[in-house]
Design a binder for this molecule. Structure first.
Ligand code: 5GP
Length: 193
């Protein structure tokens, strides 16, 4: 997605060896116009797939997931990272190691929001080593629902996430794919959309 790549080049910062900071438009302050275009781009790619739910993980996946869900006219569910006393009914959980926070946390979704009739599109802001997506897949499959595909806003293709997910026979569709960092600049490879 050209506008996304241009925005990453304009406003993204490289932190250390393998982190991209995009807090001015995606992970902290959020650009609704860009999110809308992201949502429409994912929705166009999956409009024939019979998607019934969009699933993401809080917090930074919520904005692109919500716009995608709106464009597909289906609900969006975000997995919660902290246990909540209002979650009294059946809860599906998975352990997820966070790449940026370097801690393992339990993520959960109330089982009443997923059923064996659901065809799910997972959306997330970043794909690094695939642990967040793996945890979501585990929860969705535990509910008996089917993961149709995984839509990623920014894939860091030099990390293992995509191959891990593809080995698990998942379809990964990324809007921007970072091939490498070169002399302090971001170099993309061809994106899926
Ligand atoms: P994974 O689970 O694929 O290893 O990492 C994906 C999760 O880690 C995303 O949900 C995102 O929150 C976070 N993440 C991974 N890499 C980056 C990065 O380079 N920048 C930012 N801002 N978040 C990242």
């Amino acid at each position: 997605m050209k506008t996304l790549e241009d925005r990453i080049l304009k406003d993204g910062d490289i932190l250390g060896e393998n982190i991209v900071k995009v807090d001015s438009f995606l992970t902290h302050q959020v650009d609704p116009e860009l999110m809308e275009e992201i949502g429409q781009t994912f929705a166009a790619a999956f409009k024939e797939a019979g998607i019934t739910k969009v699933v993401t993980i809080e917090a930074s996946g919520i904005a692109p997931a919500l716009y995608t869900a709106q464009a597909l006219s289906v609900p969006m569910i975000f997995a919660k990272k902290a246990k909540n006393i209002t979650m009294t009914e059946g809860i599906l959980t998975a352990e997820v190691y966070s790449f940026t926070k370097q801690v393992t946390s339990t993520v959960s979704i109330a089982s009443k929001f997923l059923s064996s009739d659901d065809k799910v599109l997972i959306i997330d802001d970043f794909l690094a080593n695939g642990q967040a997506a793996k945890g979501l897949i585990q929860i969705i499959e535990e509910a008996g629902a089917q993961v149709e595909a995984i839509g990623i806003v920014i894939e860091k293709s030099f990390q293992d996430g995509r191959s891990l997910l593809e080995e698990a026979r998942q379809r990964v569709v990324s809007l921007a794919r970072i091939d490498r960092f070169e002399n302090g600049s971001i170099v993309f490879k061809e994106a899926d959309l």
